[in-house]
Design a binder for this molecule. Structure first.
Ligand SMILES: [Zn+2]
Length: 130
């Protein structure tokens, strides 16, 4: 018995109302498609973003929000934050080495993540793997 079989056996069957996955229709019988983001009716063409129907303007807004930044300001901000994180990590690493006389090689992995996180943060987390 699969999970679907168990779930379907627990649900009671109802015959009072129709549950349909088909799109709604207007007065002329044409299907009505609405944008998930802005809730407006889409007249001509629509797009799927992560499996959800969106209009052209919402698609453009979503694309620009997740696009990798290519401007010099974002690059310099990411570079500066990455360098600051690397300097802070070096200070932390050599402080532990100097005062505790412990060479924590595994700490360098965490410091690498810290630098990567700072660079992504400088970009506003755009253009990074999620
Ligand atoms: Zn929309």
């Amino acid at each position: 018995m699969t999970g679907d079989d168990a779930r379907s056996s627990n649900e009671e069957l109802q015959f009072d109302r129709v549950v349909s996955n088909a799109p709604a229709r207007d007065a002329t019988g044409a299907p009505v498609v609405t944008c998930v983001s802005c809730k407006r009716t889409i007249d001509s063409s629509y797009f799927h973003v992560n499996g959800r129907v969106t209009c052209a303007s919402c698609r453009g807004a979503i694309e620009s929000a997740v696009a990798t930044p290519t401007d010099l300001g974002s690059f310099l901000q990411s570079l500066a934050l990455g360098i600051l994180a690397a300097i802070a990590g070096a200070i932390l690493y050599f402080s532990i080495l100097f005062y505790a006389h412990i060479q924590l090689s595994l700490l360098t992995i965490a410091l690498g993540y810290m630098v990567g996180w700072a660079i992504a943060w400088g970009n506003g987390n755009r253009g990074v793997l999620r």
